[in-house]
Write a protein that binds this ligand. Structure first.
Ligand SMILES: Cc1cc2nc3c(=O)[nH]c(=O)nc-3n(C[C@H](O)[C@H](O)[C@H](O)COP(=O)(O)O)c2cc1C
Length: 205
């Protein structure tokens, strides 16, 4: 079992990275291989809507870090998406990454019409989490739910959508064992979900 973890925070050792590490540790106890990608260290251009990928089936406009990830995404059984709230939404790094999944879609003509994804119906699952400074998880705004809805449209079944609130300084989560434990448990449960033994979709957001 191969899981890819995507960190949308520009902070290399921030709260998103700490939570991702705990989820990875949980998943690894169940035998999964987890590869963590820190998007800020990949150069990923934002999608410019040229629509060339509709015909080319990959991005032929930019030859950037995203091309290091397409094959991994094709192979991975599961994906973990983690982003801090930046003004009630995911960060620009995460948004660029998700928008650049557009080549996986097959659109029918005439437009607009039905569409399918080449990542769909392959048993792929997703675990989503958002991190925010304010104490009320509602202050995450669209952060987690927009990642969830977008990755679901690309064909992933959602295991869980988690909120980690009340974290401001980059080392905040390291001081909160209860949140690291929640993340670890989510990693354990995610592998069961991917193996088909999960209890179905859950969600805090
Ligand atoms: C530009 C910017 C916008 C932010 N917007 C929000 C917000 O809308 N709501 C919130 O609760 N926290 C907000 N924060 C705080 C971060 O979400 C918080 O510090 C988080 O722990 C950062 O995670 P990281 O350490 O993984 O980067 C914002 C921080 C920055 C830098």
């Amino acid at each position: 079992m191969y899981i890819i973890g995507i960190i949308g925070s520009p902070r290399e050792n921030g709260n998103t990275a700490t939570i991702m590490d705990s989820i990875s540790k949980g998943a690894k106890t169940q035998g999964a291989e987890v590869e963590v990608i820190h998007l800020e260290s990949y150069h990923i251009e934002p999608c410019i809507g040229c629509e060339r990928c509709r015909k080319d089936k990959t991005c032929t406009r930019f030859f950037d870090g995203m091309h290091l990830l397409y094959d991994k995404l094709d192979r991975a059984d599961g994906i973990i998406l983690g982003s801090p709230a930046y003004n009630y939404n995911m960060t620009p790094w995460m948004k660029s990454f998700i928008d650049r999944l557009y080549p996986f879609f097959d659109f029918s003509e005439p437009r607009p019409g039905p569409y399918t994804s080449r990542l769909a119906n392959r048993g792929k699952g997703a675990l989503i989490f958002g991190v925010c400074e304010q104490t009320d998880p509602k202050e995450l705004g669209y952060t987690a739910v927009s990642m969830r809805d977008a990755i679901q449209a690309v064909g992933y079944s959602i295991f869980d959508t988690l909120a980690f609130a009340n974290h401001f300084l980059p080392n905040s989560v390291t001081k909160h064992p209860e949140d690291r434990k929640r993340a670890y448990d989510a990693g354990v449960g995610f592998v069961s979900f991917l193996l088909g033994a999960g209890a179905g979709q859950r969600g805090e957001c």
